[in-house]
Ligand binder design. Structure first.
Ligand code: NDP
Ligand code: MG
Length: 387
């Protein structure tokens, strides 16, 4: 009898991480069984994926979407709706890939961990917003988080040499950043960049939100918070270093001076495959480096003056409580306003800073408090967007 394959739920299946996860699953059909998918607006794409992988459960955002997608699916496919539907799908599989963008991914993170599943996490926003709650539910027997975010996946691999709780043997985590499309620009030059410019990432092809976040360096700021929450390391031990080639995906520096790094060409399918297979390494190589070709690696300090988002993230961490959630929520609204041509690129980070300035200490130890905190930050941010 063939061994049973781990069941995978892929939520956010139609996006950039979602489609790259499907590439990995196509290579590994013998190994994994994709049983559930969910998406947002791209319903036709969702139905095509459901058919190709013969999935049993499909999640959509609204009842209207359900009515629209239903005729495109086979009669045996079950359709679930909204945040509750996402939470339900996350309990059905052995491995849950959270590839939803933004705070909307929260039910997936919380539900997968509460049900004791392996969470392959791309959706950093849910972890940043809900770190105290996530830290509780990740203690559920069987639950684990494997980070898909390439830097954190690299750190996860490099931390294998650190054996102690709280990692006292780690002096510093060095998160690498490509620097985005505007690396090297002065504040003055940054005043004139366009949406087209912001959506051209030099090394990665990603969804629009994270591409804009990479252009402001807010993505790296969020990743500092993500690293701290994931690995239980205070942000003072997380350093950002610009590395334009995106080959060194991050580094861990130990107290004895040793620095461990994970290298590969920029290809998210490698961290995705790692998160699905760990502790086994799947044999298809993604992002393989050809050391027969000469190439160089460069490192430089980020320009914190021109890219204020980094310091904002450290500030949010110092404020603690719901401040990281405020930062992330305000940023979602600012990026959306930028993508809708309501604000200039140079206004994104100042808008987030203005919202963060109004943060009042608020521990977020319940889901209700978390949603209220998120809604307040969003309301304030919306109020700053010209109509
Ligand atoms: P995309 O915008 O490409 O994809 C987002 C996915 O989420 C889509 O499938 C979208 O559906 C779905 N979605 C949106 N809203 C909802 C909702 N309310 N309920 C269910 N599904 C929803 O984003 P990315 O793939 O780029 O990013 C996903 C996450 O991964 C983000 O948190 C990002 O920060 C993180 N990440 C991404 C990387 C990358 O290389 N892309 C690298 C590291 C992290 P639809 O398209 O059908 O509307
Ligand atoms: Mg990343």
């Amino acid at each position: 009898m063939a061994p049973t394959r781990p069941r995978v739920a892929l939520l956010g299946a139609t996006g950039s991480i979602g489609t790259q996860t499907l590439d990995v699953l196509r290579e590994e059909r013998e190994r994994f069984d994709l049983i559930a998918i969910a998406g947002g607006q791209r319903l036709a794409e969702l139905a095509v994926i459901a058919k190709e992988f013969n999935v049993r459960d499909v999640g959509v955002v609204s009842a209207r979407d359900r009515d629209e997608v239903r005729p495109l699916l086979g009669p045996d496919v079950n359709v679930v709706v909204g945040a509750e539907g996402l939470a339900e799908l996350a309990t059905r599989a052995d491995i849950v890939v959270n590839a939803v963008v933004g705070f909307a991914g929260l039910p997936v993170t919380l539900s997968a961990l509460s049900a004791g599943k392996r969470l392959a996490l791309a959706n950093k926003e849910s972890l940043i917003a809900a770190a105290p709650l996530v830290n509780k539910v990740r203690l559920t027997p069987g639950a684990s988080i494997l980070p898909i975010d390439s830097e954190h996946c690299a750190i996860h691999q490099c931390l294998a040499s650190s054996t102690q709780n709280g990692h006292p043997d780690v002096r510093m985590i060095h998160l690498t950043a490509s620097g985005g499309p505007f690396r090297g620009m002065s504040k003055e030059q940054l005043g004139h960049v366009t949406k087209h410019d912001a959506l051209q990432h030099p090394t990665w092809t990603m969804g629009p939100k994270i591409t804009v976040d990479s252009s402001t360096l807010m993505n790296k700021g969020l990743e500092v918070l993500e690293a701290s929450a994931l690995f239980g390391i205070e942000v003072e031990r997380v350093n950002v270093v610009v590395h334009p080639q995106s080959i060194v995906h991050s580094m861990v520096e130990y107290v004895d001076g040793a620095v461990l790094a994970q290298l590969s060409l920029p290809d998210m399918r490698l961290p995705i495959a790692y998160c699905l297979g760990a502790p086994v390494r799947l044999s298809h190589a993604w992002g393989q480096i050809d050391f027969g070709q000469s190439f160089s690696l460069a490192f430089e300090a980020p320009d914190r003056e021109a890219f204020g988002a980094l310091d904002l993230a450290y500030e949010a961490s110092r404020l603690g409580g719901g401040a990281p959630a405020w930062l992330s929520a305000a940023n979602e609204i600012a990026v959306e306003a930028f993508l809708n041509d309501q604000i200039e690129w140079s206004r994104i980070v100042p808008l987030v800073a203005d919202v963060l300035e109004q943060y009042e200490a608020d521990p977020i130890d319940t889901l209700e408090a978390l949603f209220e905190n998120d809604a307040t930050a969003r309301r304030l941010a919306h109020g700053m967007v010209p109509r």
